[in-house]
Structures are given as C-alpha cells and as structure tokens.
Design a protein around this ligand. Structure first.
Ligand code: NAD
Length: 476
C-alpha cells in the first residue's frame, strides 16, 4: 500500500508535466490547454448473462485533439477508473508526439475482471461496450482509434472492428477503426510483439551510447546484463524473451500476480510463460525460488528493472530500496512522481514510459495506414527488389568466372541479400527507426540543456513542444 501522501496516477502525470513546463516558455494559457483532459465519457450498460442483467461501467477519455484521430488502448481491469483513464490518455498525447505518430491522445477502460467471464460472455460485453462508443464516434477511423491494453488483445479488437463494421456497413475504411487486430481481420504482422519489441529496441539504442550507459553506472552491451521483469503479459513476455534470446540478457527475476520467481543463473522466459498459461500463475515452476510477496523482488539486485504490469508499483514506500541502476518503464506510470524524485536523487536512470512502451502505438500507426491504403506493406516492391538484387548477384557471378575461386559469393549471403523485405521486416525496420530517432531527440535535450537532468523531463519537453507547435499552427 502506498503512503497517504502519494499522488494519484493522474496527479503524478500532472506533476511530471508541470516539472517540464516550468522550464519551457509557453504562451499564457497554452500550458493549461495542453495539460487538461478535453473530455471523458462514462457509460453504464447492462448485458443479460447467466440469467440476470449485469451492469458494467466503462470510460473513453479524449485528452487532446490537436491531431485526429485520437489514439489509445482499451483496458479491461477491475481497478479502471476515470482518474486512471485520464492519466493514460494524457500519456498517449505525449507519447504520440514524441514518436511522431500523427494522433491526439485517448484511452478507454472497462471495469471488469476478464478472467471471470467465458469467451462468449466477454464477446457480448465487448460488443456492447463498443456499440456504446461507436454510437458517439468514440470509435471511428477518422476520429478515435482504440488498441489493446491490459486485459485485452487481438480477440477483443476483432470483435470491436466487426461491431463497427456492422454499424457502418458502407464505410470502406471501417477496419481502420481499431488497431491490434488479428492478421486475418485486417491486422499487421508484428503488432502483438510490438510493445515488447519496442522496449528491446529502446534498450539497444540506450546501450549504443556509452556516455548514457555510464550515467547508469553500467558498461558494455546488453549481453550478460541481469534483468528483472514484472508482469509476463503481452509487453513483459515479449520484451524479456527478445532480450534473452537475441541480446544475451539474463532474466533473473519474473514477478507475476501470485508472487515472483528468482534464479540468479537465469530463468527460461519461454518455459515460464508456458507454465503461466497452463497453471494461471508462476508458483510451482521448477528451477527457481518462489516468493509469495512478489513486489519484494523489485528490490533485488539487478542491472535492468522492467516493470511491465501496471502503474504505481515503485512508490515512496519502496523507491529508496530499489537497487537497479536502470529502470525501463514498459508499463504506463509504474513509478509515481514521488518515487521518481527519490530515484533521481539516487542517480537511477529511468527510461520513461512515454518513450519506452511507444512501440505499440508506432506499429498501430502502421496498421492504421495499411487499413486506409488497403494493401499489405511490401506487396508492390518485394519481388521487384528481389529482381534487382538478382541482377547484381548475376553480374558478380559473371565476373566470378574471370576471377576464379578466390572470389565467390557465400550461399548464406546470397540467400539473405536476394530476399525482398516482407511486411514483418518492414514493420520492424520502421519500429527500430522510430525508437532510435525518438531516443536521439530526447537525448539531445538531456545532454544539451543544463536545466534537464533526466530523460523523463527531456521526453516531456520534446513532446509538449511538438503539441504546442501544432496548436500554434492551428491558430489556437
Ligand atoms: P497484459 O494484461 O497482457 O499483461 C499484464 C501482466 O501483468 C499479466 O501477466 C498479469 O498477470 C500481470 N500482473 C497484473 N497485476 C500484477 C501485479 N500486481 N504484479 C505482477 N504482475 C501483475 O497487459 P499488457 O498489454 O502487457 O500491458 C502491461 C502494461 O503495458 C500496462 O501498463 C499497459 O498500459 C502498458 N502498455 C501496453 C501496450 C500494449 O500494446 N499491450 C502498449 C503500451 C503500454
């Protein structure tokens, strides 16, 4: 439980925003216009299930419409409330600006524990919630485009897309009303893994800058770094898996709802994930110690801490005991404003949520563009690219005949070089580019300005500056 003086999630976001605008030179009134949430719609609807009517409460919050459509996930969780949805919508505004996706910020939530309902019941509930939002243009390809978040995934997005299509039978762009859909319902390759993949790309970019790595009292590359992850859901699982399998990181701790697993020699992320899916928890997993008080493992010694579950897990209560020198906020708002201050004073480097988990909205942007263009990425160019590469290889092999054996193309090289990029490769390339560029824009501010000493304020400065520019251009 957090101390009583801990600000709420929304207050935390506002405090962080205020810290940034205090060192900006915004025209009077504009600061307030950017900070406030434009509107929040609350809906209570009934669904007849198990022989009686159950009433559910849902929200869709629109933080800023400086660009439209507005974008942001829909969360299914019992703790969903207006304050939380508004905080998350504000973060979406800044996140979209930071990674240059052309959207305003929005977020939605439904107070529900999805594990209490079977698939058919969940479909009825999701469709009814979508109906309420579509009716008010709070789901619309040109105005408001949701995506998955905690407790929702491809399945729910497919129901929402279908519900919209049923209510807008002649809208040729209806599939663009929501992102994070399965491939066969208009989704894009690489969306499910996108947020976790973005966390990996963010860390890779951080480790490309030895000066930044040194600020975290670390050195070298990701190889061999000890990682603790909280939440092995969509974001945490993919981030931990990629870091372990592709970058040589050692995942020493995994924290889930029913406690945490710890093994200093490393846990097999794939095996823990399979165990979690089968048993509904991590307890009982072999080759690791299990601690029922999972949050205590956040305080274990490690190089990189990845909170990837929910907000406010690092608070005034435990911040001083956090040993990780580097925290990457894969979840939204895992560090409260109070804890942020404690950690900054300790010298902990925090890669902020608005950047760290932007991989999801980045690939959602690609999906939305794909839906509006009605064509798969790479469909026109792929074979043409292969044909041009074949030309080069043929020519080199022709020369080869004159130059003899000393000059042959390795078959592995030929295979790789000849293959044209498919949609997944293009999506990963676009995501990697986005994560690198956004990090560099934050980093520039972090290093160049004497009054900025952390990446979070740097991220807010870049983002607010872009939102302000957009308002100014509109004449507001
Ligand atoms: P998810 O529902 O797939 O996974 C959440 C995981 O956290 C689950 O495995 C759950 O069991 C675990 N968990 C819940 N409460 C916990 C607790 N108290 N301690 C430890 N583990 C707990 O959700 P997700 O989509 O992976 O989202 C996780 C976070 O990432 C959220 O903050 C979300 O807003 C943020 N996020 C998600 C996306 C996305 O594309 N899904 C994009 C950006 C940000």
């Amino acid at each position: 439980m957090s101390p009583a003086n801990e600000p709420s999630f929304r207050e935390s976001v506002d405090l962080m925003f205020n810290r940034a605008v205090a060192i900006m030179d915004l025209p009077p009134g504009l600061e307030e216009k950017i900070r406030v949430c434009n509107a929040t719609y609350t809906v209570r609807f009934g669904v007849r299930l198990r022989g009686q009517i159950h009433t559910f409460t849902g929200y869709r919050s629109v933080h800023s419409e400086h660009m439209e459509p507005v974008k942001g996930g829909i969360r299914f969780a019992t703790a969903v409330n207006q304050d939380e949805v508004e905080a998350l919508a504000a973060l979406m505004t800044y996140k979209c600006a930071l990674v240059e996706t052309p959207f305003g910020g929005s977020k939605g939530g439904l107070c529900i524990d999805p594990r209490e309902w079977d698939e058919h019941e969940l479909e009825l509930i999701t469709r009814r919630f979508a109906y309420e939002l579509v009716k008010r243009d709070l789901i619309h390809p040109a105005q408001n485009v949701p995506a998955p978040d905690m407790g929702t995934g491809e399945r729910e997005m497919a129901w929402i897309a279908d519900q919209f299509a049923r209510m807008n039978t002649t809208d040729i762009n209806s599939r663009a009303c929501v992102t994070g859909k399965p491939l066969n319902a208009g989704g894009i390759a690489g969306r499910v893994e996108a947020t976790g993949r973005g966390v990996q790309y963010a860390l890779r970019e951080f480790f490309r800058h030895p000066e930044d790595v040194k600020k975290a009292n670390l050195s070298g590359s990701l190889d061999g770094k000890r990682v603790i992850v909280q939440g092995l859901g969509n974001v945490g699982y993919h981030a931990a898996k990629f870091l372990q399998q592709e970058d040589g990181a050692i995942v020493t701790g995994i924290i889930e709802r029913d406690g945490a697993l710890f093994n200093p020699d490393g846990l097999d992320v794939e095996a823990v994930h399979a165990w979690l899916a089968k048993h509904g928890g991590v307890a009982g997993f072999p080759d690791a110690t299990h601690t029922a008080e999972g949050a205590a493992v956040l305080e274990e010694d490690c190089d990189i801490l990845i909170p990837a579950a929910l907000e406010a897990v690092i608070t005034l209560d435990n911040a001083a005991r956090i040993k990780a020198p580097l925290i990457i906020e894969a979840a939204n708002g895992p560090v409260t404003a109070g804890a942020d201050e404690v950690l900054r004073k300790k010298g902990t480097i925090i890669i902020p949520d608005m950047y760290a988990n932007a991989g999801g909205v980045t690939v959602s942007y690609f999906e939305w563009v794909k839906n509006l263009s009605h064509i798969r990425f790479g469909r026109m160019q792929r074979r043409q690219e292969e044909a041009r590469h074949q030309l080069v290889v043929d020519e080199l092999e022709r020369l080869d005949r004159y130059l003899g054996d000393a000059w042959t193309l390795r078959p592995e090289f030929k295979d790789k070089y000849l293959r044209g990029a498919d949609e997944l490769e293009l999506v990963r390339s676009g995501l990697d580019d986005t994560m690198r560029t956004a990090y560099q824009s934050m980093r520039e501010v972090w290093h160049d300005r004497d009054d900025v000493d952390d990446l979070r304020v740097a991220a807010y400065l870049v983002a607010i500056d872009r939102v302000a520019a957009s308002y100014r251009a509109k004449g507001l």
